[in-house]
Design a protein around this ligand. Structure first.
Ligand code: ATP
Length: 343
């Protein structure tokens, strides 16, 4: 028997636990197909912070880093902690501490809609840029630094080039190097270097504002889009709108250079959605498709493909939560999808 893959489960806050609950039976299903895994639930989130004052303690971080292979994450964010301190310390500590530079957000039409369908994959740098949390406020001004380092930018762009090469699709870099001359200038330079190393990729770069306009007018010419943390966040949420909204958009982050045992964190693109939390209304599709991305990351391609197929069939049969115009609860949607998994 293979050594079990150890997966940490962090439901977090709001709808995080509700959607993660629909991923758990999928882990059990993977086991029935011979996949060796062990899943362990961890309590970090707003309730734990309010009860103990702990966000993600150093010992817990080191345990995750060195004794787990991957993390399935729900969402963090809670109105009882308005400055979002716990969310920052948990999620950003994981992303930055585990060096999960590459955030992959595929946005492919899954709802049964007439063509043209939408199919754009966003590679978002996940650890730096303006989300590096280095800034300050003082009387009369507020400063947020944006840090871009050569290793992280190169790693992200290299992953995007490899993906574009693999799927034979064009690659576009979104940037604002015309104004952000230093940070985005670095992105543009490294992009040019890599373009020479990957001559088979149709690679071009666009100012992000023009790219957003072009994407809305005609997404057809786009394939893979690479961007820094901030632009990647915005572009991928816009892409999610093309495929049915935040409830259906998946993501996975990974460390391509394998610095630690734990190399991946899969989570839906959406946040904790406090407006619908606790009502059984959250769409679990983003979480379930993120689980499929995790299966693929682990090399479990048949299970990943079967899961994506089950989601497509359930949606084609009309299974829908309220955000998609249907009536199903989170749990009923999860079951409608599981009903189409091969035994
Ligand atoms: P973050 O900053 O963490 O991304 P946010 O507050 O900007 O979070 P979300 O929590 O993702 O955004 O919520 C944005 C909107 O999308 C809300 O109206 C929410 O109800 C809706 N939404 C988010 N997730 C889901 C879901 N799984 N199912 C249905 N609707 C969702």
């Amino acid at each position: 028997m293979d050594k079990p893959i150890r997966i940490a489960l962090i439901p977090g806050d709001g709808v995080g636990g509700e959607v993660l609950a629909e991923a758990l039976p999928l882990l059990a299903w993977a086991k029935t197909r011979g996949r060796s895994l062990e899943a362990v639930g961890l309590p970090y989130g707003a309730d734990h912070f309010l009860a103990t004052g702990e966000t993600l303690p150093d010992a817990a971080f080191l345990d995750l880093r060195d004794r787990y292979d991957a993390i399935l994450f729900g969402a963090v964010g809670d109105q009882r902690i308005p400055d979002g301190r716990h969310a920052e310390e948990i999620l950003l500590k994981l992303r930055q501490g585990l060096e999960l530079t590459v955030n992959f957000r595929p946005c492919t039409s899954i709802l049964p809609v007439p063509p043209p369908t939408f199919d754009v994959e966003v590679f978002r740098e996940n650890t730096e840029g303006p989300y590096c949390l280095q800034g300050f406020t003082e009387p009369g001004r507020a400063v947020d630094l944006a840090i871009h380092t050569e290793p992280a930018v190169r790693r992200l762009l290299q992953a995007a080039f490899l993906r574009a090469e693999h799927v034979c699709r064009p690659l576009t870099l979104a940037h604002k190097a015309n104004v952000l001359k230093h940070g985005h200038g670095l992105w543009a330079r490294i992009f040019e270097d890599l373009r020479k190393e990957h001559p088979s990729v149709a690679a071009n770069s666009m100012h992000a504002d023009a790219l957003l306009c072009a994407l809305v007018q005609d997404p057809g010419p786009f394939g893979v889009i690479a961007a820094d943390n901030y632009l990647g966040d915005l572009i991928s949420d816009l892409c999610a709108a093309f495929i049915g909204g935040l409830g259906v958009a998946p993501s996975i982050s990974w460390a391509p250079h394998h610095p630690f045992r734990c190399t991946a964190l899969a989570e839906p693109v959406h946040g904790s959605a406090p407006d619908i939390a606790g009502q059984g209304r959250a769409n679990p599709v983003g979480m379930i498709l993120s689980t499929a991305l995790l299966f693929r990351h682990l090399g479990w391609e048949p299970e990943a493909a079967a899961l994506e197929g089950a989601v497509s069939i359930a949606l084609a049969e009309g299974a829908k939560t309220r955000d998609l115009g249907g009536t199903l609860s989170t749990a009923a949607m999860g079951k409608a999808i599981r009903d189409h998994l091969p035994r």
